[in-house]
Design a protein around this ligand. Structure first.
Ligand SMILES: *Cc1c(COP(=O)(O)O)cnc(C)c1O
Length: 646
């Protein structure tokens, strides 16, 4: 962690910019990266002869090959330019995408030319070390002890979630495996199956230490589900909120745990896990003697950006341990909002007290003085993250780093031994100095993670980004706050916007109120329409006009994403949005689905109020055009229907 004061970091200087404002610098650095690599090659054993001569390179075949290379790149570039999504522009407000940090793109390209493979340090002497450092940066941000935790980069949040469940699954079966082994059995204080399936994570990890002392660990590990397979239904239930990302369904499938063993926790009107219902479910499972494989809390749900009450999950676990002697693994899916943990930390990586935090936000100009973020319970959730067993976070979302960069952090690195395929623990060499990475020599990441071969360039990109933009309120905090500020202004504008009158028809905007983070859900409604079905069609068509589906991505004036808030996922909670939009309760019960436009507001470009006002005025014109387009289509359609009926 950098301890310097980065008060003067300029957010606009971090990105290439919507008009490539930093083009000169970016090109210079790109050329620097390339020329450094060229020198690296030519300087390697200069006594070695050149492979080809100038004369060779004039040969027709040779030139032809180069021309064709150029031609294919021309084709590719023209494809990319015409149909890629312009994340960099504030006209894009949809999925969790925005401009990416120049430093991450430059570091990626620079490292990519060396083609390091972070599967093994042998193939990536530099970037394996960077990956471990970047992982520890994230651990420190979450409040884990960097001496005893560990983190690494994955291809994304999906694989990070798989890995979280993988360790949760394997740890669950270790005590059972021990009970089947005469020598290991004596280490167990209780041997009933119920007791063995409900142990605390830290107690199981202590048992691993004991087993290692006796030289039994590897033998026992073969008796866990890793060797013996998963006995159907034996390991209990995975509790995930209804608002979960679908990677959890895939995870239960792939890990052989079965989707049937997912228990969905209902959400409340804020789209967060309903804490009271969660308690009831947990207590009733305990009563039935059903083990809990893990409880997942989501920090930043994919659809509404809701932040689950992590502190309550941790409290519930403590209560279960005290009252029933039952514990469970806790994983946090913070793929979306995880980087926001940086917003709570000062230059010394201290997690600030609430009052002090808000004061710093206002004194340092991180938020405008009339804006208070976060809500108190959101604050408590971030504060409690360090109590979770593992955390998923996506550098390629709110880390503003290019794909593919996800990450997982684990509170206690001893847990890695349960999934490791390397005889000795991979970090044995660095046990005493986990931050002094220069001592590492033979780290085999590929033997302790889900993936095998993987780009070392990604590690370079994440590592470099963390060096330039520290994981504290003056670094990432500033960048993320720009999006949150804009999101709040957007919601205010949407809710106070005068209606749009087009061809005698009136449309108004409605937004879902008070988001926890920077995801906004909003929709248009037509005055006089009482059908939710029709309402959904209207917004679906508007989405199509504001997305790649319109078929002219580059020329489109505004791009967004969309989703349906359904009864299956959210119970009757979306009914509130229906009522806010003046639909009757019966309509909700009939349709049970409401289609919304969904925008993660990540842009750094609109943090100046005047700039934002100008943007909003332009956006209103765009909305008007889209509505006009939609009405024209409808008129044309009804016209042609009339013709047919004649
Ligand atoms: C995006 C997301 C994921 C999946 O992450 P990928 O990087 O797309 O694999 C998982 N969980 C949540 C909450 C997410 O928002």
């Amino acid at each position: 962690m950098n301890n310097f004061n980065n008060k003067n970091m300029n957010v606009d200087a971090l990105f290439l910019g919507p008009k490539s404002e930093n083009a000169v610098f970016f090109r210079e650095m790109m050329e620097y990266a390339i020329s450094e690599h060229i020198h690296w090659r030519s300087g390697y054993h200069p006594e070695d002869p050149d492979l080809t001569t100038t004369v060779d390179r004039y040969a027709p075949e040779y030139r032809d090959t180069l021309y064709r290379t150029e031609g294919i790149l021309n084709q590719l570039s023209s494809k990319l330019k015409s149909t890629s999504v312009p994340w960099f522009s504030p006209r894009y407000m949809g999925h969790m995408n925005a401009d990416t940090l120049m430093i991450s793109n430059l570091a990626y390209v620079m490292a990519m030319m060396y083609n390091p493979n972070n599967c093994a340090q042998e193939s990536s002497p530099t970037t394996t070390v960077l990956e471990i450092e970047a992982g520890l940066d994230l651990c420190a941000m979450f409040g884990y002890d960097v001496q005893t935790s560990w983190g690494h980069i994955t291809s994304g949040g999906t694989v990070a979630n798989y890995e979280g469940l993988w360790v949760a699954r394997n740890i669950k079966t270790l005590p059972l495996a021990m009970s089947k082994h005469p020598q290991a059995k004596v280490l167990l204080t209780e041997t009933s199956e119920t007791a063995l399936l409900n142990m605390r994570t830290c107690d199981v990890l202590d048992l691993i230490d004991e087993l290692k002392k006796l030289g039994l660990f590897e033998e026992i590990r073969d008796l866990t589900c890793r060797g013996a397979g998963v006995e159907q239904g034996k390991l209990g239930k995975l509790l995930v909120p209804q608002s979960k990302h679908y990677s959890w369904m895939k995870a239960m499938d792939i890990l052989g745990l079965g989707q049937q063993n997912i228990v969905q926790l209902p959400v409340n009107k804020n789209y967060r896990t309903d804490v009271m219902k969660m308690r009831d479910i947990v207590f009733s499972l305990i009563e039935q003697g059903e083990p809990i494989l893990a409880v997942v809390a989501v920090v930043g749900t994919t659809e509404t950006g809701a932040i689950d009450n992590v502190a309550e999950v941790i409290k519930l676990r403590q209560e279960c341990e005290q009252r029933f002697g039952v514990s469970f693994y806790v994983h946090i899916d913070a793929a979306y909002a995880g980087y926001a943990c940086a917003m709570f930390r000062d230059e010394n990586n201290q997690f600030l007290e609430y009052e002090a935090l808000i004061k710093r936000y206002h004194n340092d100009g991180i938020f405008p003085v009339d804006m208070v973020w976060p809500k108190q319970d959101v604050y408590e959730s971030f504060k409690a993250l360090n109590q979770a067993d593992s955390i998923t976070v996506d550098p390629h979302k709110v880390g503003f780093i290019s794909y593919a960069a996800g990450a997982i952090c684990m509170k206690d690195k001893r847990i890695v031994d349960l999934i490791s395929y390397h005889a000795a623990y991979v970090f044995e060499e660095v046990k005493e100095s986990s931050r002094k990475t220069d001592k590492q020599q033979n780290v085999l990441l590929g033997s302790s993670i889900m993936e095998g071969s993987k780009a070392g360039a990604t590690a370079a990109a994440v590592w470099a980004a963390h060096r330039l933009v520290p994981l504290n309120l003056l670094g990432y905090g500033k960048v993320i706050a720009a999006g949150i500020t804009t999101a709040n202004w957007m919601i205010d504008k949407i809710n106070s916007s005068p209606s749009f009158v087009i061809d005698g028809r009136e449309f108004t905007l409605v937004a879902m109120p008070a988001p926890d983070f920077h995801m906004i859900n909003f929709m248009f409604r037509e005055t006089g329409n009482i059908s939710l079905e029709k309402q959904n069609q209207l917004n679906k068509r508007l989405y199509e006009l504001c997305s790649y589906a319109a078929g002219r991505t580059y020329a489109n004036d505004f791009l967004t994403s969309s989703t349906s808030l359904t009864y299956e996922e959210y119970g009757d909670n979306p009914q509130n949005l229906c009522l806010d939009a003046n639909f009757k309760e019966e309509e909700w019960h009939k349709v049970r689905s409401i289609y919304v436009l969904r925008a993660a507001i990540m842009t750094h470009c609109l943090r100046d109020k005047q700039h934002f006002e100008n943007y909003w005025n332009e956006l209103k014109n765009i909305f008007e055009d889209k509505l006009q387009q939609l009405i024209d289509e409808e008129n044309k359609h009804s016209h042609s229907l009339q013709k047919v009926s004649l």
